[in-house]
Design a binder for this molecule. Structure first.
Ligand SMILES: [Fe+2]
Length: 238
């Protein structure tokens, strides 16, 4: 299971190349993810070299790689904890019984909903924080902000891997939707309300789709919910 920054398009320790169909599906999702990152990631910093930690495995003897990287070129990957034989549920109704390798049919919808909801928070927080770099009190804070942002991207990859691997076509469609919703958007908001709340320098002041500020645009209209902004998209201007 040990992995390093490989030449594979998607760095991973899940033997992705052994499942060509899954690999192709995730490689098709990858450019949409990068497009989303360029559109909704940290505003004004996409072309800068940022000193970042990249996860390259889950082993304790060296799981991280540090270097300068432009954020859109960051090597997001899929790294799961290795399977442990004999592992059991640690709590709940199934305590003591073997953990599942496949999703039980009776829990399929529930688990998909949980994973989608969790997955949705990952890009949502990146979107909510996209303007924070403008007010970072120090370089230290700025670097930490961007590290958190790219980690959120990695968490999103983990959830999307689960959706693609265990939930078939439903899962693939949900993975696309994770890149279609936008924090604070009137038409396609994020799932959890907290991620649609305006931040002082964030969604209150900028359009959730094109990043133009509300002040600079007459076509950004206040939504019925106080403080949030309707996207320009609704008015067909972005
Ligand atoms: Fe996260």
């Amino acid at each position: 299971m040990t992995s390093v920054l490989t030449d594979e398009k998607i760095p991973n320790n899940v033997n992705l190349s052994s499942d060509k169909r899954l690999q192709r599906a995730l490689e098709a999702w990858q450019p949409a993810f990068i497009d989303w990152w360029k559109q909704m990631g940290p505003l004004g910093w996409q072309e800068r070299d940022i000193y970042l930690r990249t996860a390259v495995s889950v082993e304790t003897d060296g799981w991280a790689h540090f270097d300068y990287v432009k954020m859109p070129d960051y090597r997001w990957g899929i790294f799961l904890e290795p399977k442990q034989e004999g592992r059991t549920h640690g709590f709940g109704d199934f305590e003591g019984q073997p953990v599942w390798d496949e999703v039980p049919g009776e829990f399929r919808n529930l688990m998909k909903r949980l994973i989608v909801t969790q997955g949705d928070t990952e890009p949502a927080s990146v979107e909510q924080q996209r303007d924070l770099g403008a007010t970072a009190p120090s370089l230290y804070d700025l670097r930490n902000l961007f590290q958190v942002n790219v980690e959120e991207g990695r968490h999103l990859w983990a959830m999307v891997y689960l959706l693609h691997t265990y939930f078939g076509r439903d899962g693939r469609e949900e993975a696309e939707e994770l890149l279609a919703r936008r924090s604070g958007d009137a038409d396609k908001p994020r799932i959890l309300g907290a991620f649609n709340e305006p931040t002082r320098t964030g969604s209150r002041s900028s359009c959730s789709r094109c990043s133009r500020t509300a002040m600079a645009s007459t076509s950004c209209r206040r939504s019925p919910r106080a403080g949030s902004i309707r996207s320009h998209a609704r008015a067909g201007s972005c």
